[in-house]
Design a protein. Sequence first.
Length: 274
Amino acid sequence: MTAAIRYDGSTDGLLCAVARALGSEPAAHLIGPDRTGEARLLPDEVTVEADPIAAGAFLDQVRWRLGPRWVRRVLRLCCAADPARDRLLLGALALAWERGAEVEHWYANPVIRATLRLERKVSLEAHRFQGLLRFRRLADGRLWGPIEPDHDVTPLLAPCFRRRLATDAWLIHDVRRGYGIGGEPGADGCRPWTAAEIEAELARGLDPTEAAYQNLWRTFYQSICIAARRSPALQRRNMPARYWRYLVEEPGGGARVDRRPNSAAPAPDKPLDG
């Protein structure tokens, strides 16, 4: 019998751990990523290996049993940066496994209510960045978009910008987590970028015309502003100040190449959940 399951911290590992927990009798619980050398709290802990094929098969099972909406929900929750994420994901799926997809309407249930609230936070942040992400053109022509999201929404953004920028080479750079996802012109998919690859790309600098285009954008932004209708409070609600750092139109958000990763948040082994 399995009382507790650890995984390697990746999305594939999390999905494999949840699949293992749902299939165990009695139901197991997740206690987070495995850490080498850390003392085990329970004698019957096991560590589940990350397997992309098994993770994909589990998502297919979720789609078959609960429908595509639950697949999207699972993928959004996998991107959440919340200590309760694993517990909520497993708890919500356990309820849905037993009672069916309609448990998503059980708003009085504390697990379902908290799960839907967390999913909404991730979905809202991804939606915001579809409009707030600003790209700079690098010296080799690639479009580089730095962001520092609260949640790991880069895998959710990649399919959107793959369609928008189908004729360009592009890279979304999560500065906080030190990794990125990029695409090439005409490519069917995207690929992850490591911190070292991003560092080498940014070392080439910005395109010589980038500063001029940013000045044009600021001129346009200022010219359409109606001073009498400015509402800083409304602006902060729709565009929180924590996102302003990389907005070209904001003071200090212009032509620069910021290569600072957050060493406290190592780059996760993220699949492209498009």
